[in-house]
Write a new protein. Structure first.
Length: 378
């Protein structure tokens, strides 16, 4: 038997498990006291034995939060999260959580300790940033519970900082025209025009190849994305299955990309080569990928030239969705075009636009229904 429990006194149980053999050949044992019902002690015994089976058992008295975070980042996050998410998690852990709480033993990590950390961090960082710390800490401790290091997640008893997301910025039709006019002579006009006409994310646009563009059926297939990781541009598969999608083009966008492709073919011939299916749609003249930060920097200059304020490249995606909804496109169609996980998420994101469409819907209904009649005909 690898482990068992015995009752010490009323509502108190002692767990004993064998954790292997020491250098002297003797069997090593771990003892733990659980206060509560017998079922609570049995559950804890099962957790400990499961962690032994997985080969991740660490004596709870010696495991620190820093140990858990590093194990979470090296194991779970590496297998489950995108590179961008991993980098964000590692930055939060190394710059904030580990310096502040890393030496704390897991068995001594209380909700009060975590709450105090949030309060202190909010004095230096924005509530939104501290909320990201909470999200990482909660996920890491949830992982610790699964591994049997903790009986429960202390983050479940903590109130994270509240914050309000920034108000969405969408361009009106007039502002959209002004932006495109300001970008006309800029080398990034093609990617900007495609962004506002399709709703694709910046990473999706910069990862497009000519093989992904079907001008005859007027569609775009999102198969890869471009991210900049530690100064190097890398191509990866889209993060989720919903992001891998086929997006219909407007006739104007299809016509524009047809002309744009002809121009790129002429440029390639001028450089002594042919335009290939695997060539990027939006690239530098020599075919190299466009650096995302360079695009964002140039976009900010174009926004300023157009006389607009507080417009990010990502807002072109919001603009596409809002204009399409205002023109009567169904939320499900927009949700699929944007690659959202559900129509409910789309409706929640653009609820302010959908609410503004109620008067139009009532006007259409008013055209269909006859006027009401008072009284009863005799």
């Amino acid at each position: 038997m690898r482990g068992y429990l015995r009752q010490r006194r009323e509502n108190s149980w002692q767990i004993q498990i064998y954790t292997g053999r020491g250098p002297d050949g003797r069997r090593k044992r771990h003892f733990e006291t659980i206060r509560g019902r017998k079922t609570d002690a049995q559950r804890r015994l099962t957790e400990l034995l499961a962690s032994l089976d997985k080969g991740v058992y660490t004596p709870p008295g010696k495991l620190t939060l820093a140990d858990l975070l590093n194990q979470f980042l090296q194991g779970y996050a590496k297998a489950k999260c995108s590179q961008r998410t991993q980098d964000g998690y590692r930055m939060i852990a190394e710059r904030h959580l580990i310096p502040a709480l890393g030496s704390t033993l897991l068995r001594q990590l209380t909700p009060q300790t975590i709450q105090a950390y949030y309060g202190k961090a909010c004095g230096q960082l924005s509530p939104r940033t501290v909320h990201k710390h909470h999200r990482l800490l909660k996920e890491a401790l949830k992982y610790g519970v699964k591994q049997g290091y903790l009986g429960r997640n202390p983050c479940d008893l903590v109130d994270p900082p509240s914050w309000k997301p920034k108000k969405m910025r969408t361009l009106t039709p007039d502002e959209s025209r002004a932006l495109l006019e300001a970008a006309t002579d800029n080398q990034f006009y093609p990617v900007i025009y495609t962004a506002i006409s399709s709703g694709l994310r910046q990473a999706e646009l910069l990862g497009l190849r000519w093989r992904d563009i079907d001008l005859d059926s007027r569609s775009i297939s999102v198969c890869q994305v471009l991210f900049k990781h530690r100064g190097i541009c890398e191509f990866k598969e889209p993060k989720t299955e919903h992001s891998k999608r086929r997006v219909s083009m407007t006739p104007k966008l299809a016509d524009y990309l047809r002309e744009y492709k002809a121009d790129r073919e002429s440029l390639a011939l001028h450089l002594g080569r042919l335009l290939k299916p695997d060539d990027l749609v939006f690239s530098n003249p020599d075919g190299r990928p466009i650096d995302p930060s360079v695009l964002s920097h140039n976009f900010a200059r174009i926004v300023k030239k157009a006389g607009l304020k507080n417009v990010r490249f990502h807002d072109l995606r919001h603009t596409f969705a809002s204009l399409a909804l205002l023109k009567g496109a169904k939320p499900k169609v927009i949700s699929e075009a944007l690659g959202h996980s559900s129509v409910a998420f789309t409706m929640d994101t653009y609820s302010h636009i959908i609410e503004g469409m109620q008067s139009e819907a009532m006007a259409l209904l008013d055209d269909v229904l006859p006027p009401g009649k008072n009284g009863v005909e005799k």
